[in-house]
Design a protein around this ligand. Structure first.
Ligand code: COA
Length: 171
């Protein structure tokens, strides 16, 4: 897996000893409420361990799920994803989703945008052809990140997750 660095951040593989952070972040409704088809907060630390195991098993040369770490002090901030996106029923698509989940303590510093920009640049340079982001229509904070990194808003779409989402596409 490629580690990426930016001015303030390191995007690195997840380790099992990050489970306390993963549990703390994904046990929060304000983080989970707009994630996936059926948002559900984690209830037990073992679920965080299983999540990390699932993420690290996704061995792919380009699509990765990174831990975002602040380089200066090694503090974990959240997750940056480049992963296959589930197409809605009846559609055959092989697109890549870019996504960002930050711990609420790390919101409001531009970290999501900085990490996302680096991951998108990496993915496109490595040969990904179609990178999309989808957000719940009311998730304006996430839509702002997509716009800041230069993604184009294509409006509401039901192409992914069997949901009506705001769809963004990388240029
Ligand atoms: C979506 C999410 C990652 C956005 O986080 P964020 O911190 O608002 O996004 P950014 O990293 O782009 O930070 C932008 C903010 O940092 C501020 N900022 C402060 N210092 C900054 C700096 N040095 N550089 C850039 N921005 C800076 C900006 O002004 C902006 O603040 P504003 O929103 O008050 O205008 C966060 O809300 C989140 O994790 N939500 C839960 C998970 C989720 O919904 N993910 C998306 C699923 S589609």
């Amino acid at each position: 897996m490629r580690t990426l660095t930016t001015e303030r951040l390191t995007l690195r593989p997840w380790h099992l000893d990050d489970a306390d952070f993963v549990f703390d972040m994904y046990a929060r409704d304000e983080v989970q409420r707009y994630l996936g088809r059926n948002p559900t907060v984690l209830q037990h630390r073992e679920q965080a361990v299983a999540t990390i195991e699932r993420w690290t098993a996704l061995a792919h040369p380009i699509r990765h799920i990174w831990a975002i770490e602040r380089t200066a002090d090694g503090h974990l901030l959240g997750t940056l994803l480049l992963k296959p996106i589930p197409a809605s029923q009846g559609l055959e698509l092989n697109d890549t989703e870019i996504g960002w989940h930050l711990h609420p303590d790390a919101w409001g510093h531009g970290y999501a945008t900085e990490a996302a920009r680096a991951a998108l640049e990496f993915g496109l340079a490595a040969g990904l052809t179609k990178v999309v982001a989808v957000t719940y229509p009311e998730n304006t904070a996430s839509q702002a990140v997509a716009t800041r990194i230069g993604m184009r808003c294509l409006g509401l779409s039901s192409a992914y997750y069997d949901l009506d989402c705001m769809l963004f596409e990388a240029p």
